[in-house]
Design a protein around this ligand. Structure first.
Ligand code: ADP
Ligand code: UDP
Length: 238
C-alpha cells in the first residue's frame, strides 16, 4: 500500500490518499503543540511512539469487540486506516480530576471519581473546541441521537478496557480524548489515535506524569516519558 496525494496536514499527523478510496495512510510527526497551538515544539521519537502505541491499543480494543479504523502498520510512523468522516466531537473520558476539569471547576488534580465523567467538545479550532452537551450536539446536527448513544457506549467500553490494561502496566489512566468516524455505510468506528498526546498517564506508585503534560507544563524529561510509556506498554519488547 503506497501513499498518493497528501489530503491533510494536522498538528501531529499527515493524512495521505491511497489507490483505494476507502483507505488512507496516516503519518505521525514529532511536532508537538499545546494550548490551542500557541505552544509549539518537537518531541524526538514521538511520532513512532504514538503510531506504535496507538496501533497496539486499537488492536487490543478490536479483540475486545470495539470497531476501529485500524488496518495495517506499515512502518514506525505510518499506518493504513479506514478512511472515515470524522464526527466533529472530541470525546473526553475522565477517571480522575486533571487539566481543564480541575481549572474549570476549581478542584485539585488527582481526585478519583466514583464513576467515569464523559464530556464532549465541539472539534472546531476557530471556536477553540468549546465544551458542549448532547442537546447542543443534536441542535448543531453534529451527530444523530443514535450515533451519540453509540459513541457514549463505545467510549465507556474503551475506558474499561484501557483502564484495566494500563493498571497492568503500573499506570493510572487519568483521562483521555477519543475521536469517532463514520465509514461509507454509516457505521461508527473509533478513529484518530490513543497515545501519550491524547491521554494522561500517571505512574501508579509515584503519580509521576508520563504524558504530554511534561511538554505542556515544561516538566522536563519529555522524550523519556514517551519512551517509558512505550516500555510499559510493550513490556520490554519495544
Ligand atoms: P489536528 O487536525 O487536530 O491538527 P492531527 O494532526 O492528529 O490533528 O491530524 C489528523 C487528522 O486526521 C485529524 O483531523 C483527525 O480527525 C483525522 N483522522 C483521524 N483518523 C482518521 C481516519 N480514519 N480517516 C480520516 N481522517 C482521520
Ligand atoms: N485532549 C486531547 N486533545 C485536545 C484536548 C484534550 O487529546 O484537543 C486530551 C488531553 O490530553 C487529556 C484529556 O483529553 O488527556 C482531557 O483534556 P482537558 O480537557 O483536561 O484539556 P487539556 O488540559 O489537555 O487542554
Amino acid at each position: 500500500m503506497e501513499k498518493t496525494v497528501q489530503l491533510y496536514e494536522g498538528k501531529a499527523k499527515k493524512v495521505y490518499a491511497t489507490a483505494d478510496p476507502a483507505l488512507v495512510i496516516v503519518s505521525y510527526k514529532d511536532d508537538a503543540t499545546a494550548f490551542d497551538g500557541t505552544k509549539k515544539g518537537t518531541i524526538m521519537g514521538k511520532g513512532a511512539v504514538n503510531n506504535r502505541m496507538s496501533n497496539f491499543l486499537m488492536k487490543k480494543l478490536m479483540d475486545a469487540g470495539v470497531p476501529t479504523h485500524f488496518v495495517e502498520e506499515l512502518n514506525d510512523r505510518e499506518t493504513v486506516v479506514k478512511k472515515v468522516e470524522i464526527v466533529p466531537l472530541e470525546v473526553i473520558v475522565r477517571n480522575a480530576s486533571a487539566g481543564h476539569f480541575s481549572s474549570r471547576y476549581g478542584v485539585e488534580e488527582g481526585i478519583l471519581f466514583d464513576e467515569p465523567v464523559l464530556e464532549f467538545s465541539y472539534k472546531n479550532d476557530d471556536l477553540h473546541d468549546p465544551l458542549l452537551n448532547t442537546s447542543h450536539a443534536l441542535a448543531l446536527k453534529l451527530a444523530t441521537r443514535e450515533e451519540i448513544d453509540t459513541i457514549k457506549a463505545m467510549a465507556l467500553k474503551v475506558n474499561e478496557e484501557l483502564k484495566a490494561f494500563f493498571a497492568g502496566c503500573g499506570v493510572r489512566l487519568i483521562d483521555f480524548k477519543l475521536e469517532f468516524g463514520r465509514l461509507g455505510d454509516g457505521t461508527i468506528v473509533l478513529a484518530d489515535e490513543i497515545s501519550p498526546d491524547t491521554c494522561r498517564f500517571w505512574d501508579a506508585k509515584t503519580n509521576e506524569k508520563l504524558d504530554k503534560d511534561r511538554f505542556r507544563r515544561d516538566l522536563g524529561n519529555v522524550e523519556e516519558a514517551y519512551q517509558e510509556m512505550m516500555r510499559r506498554v510493550f513490556g520490554g519488547q519495544a
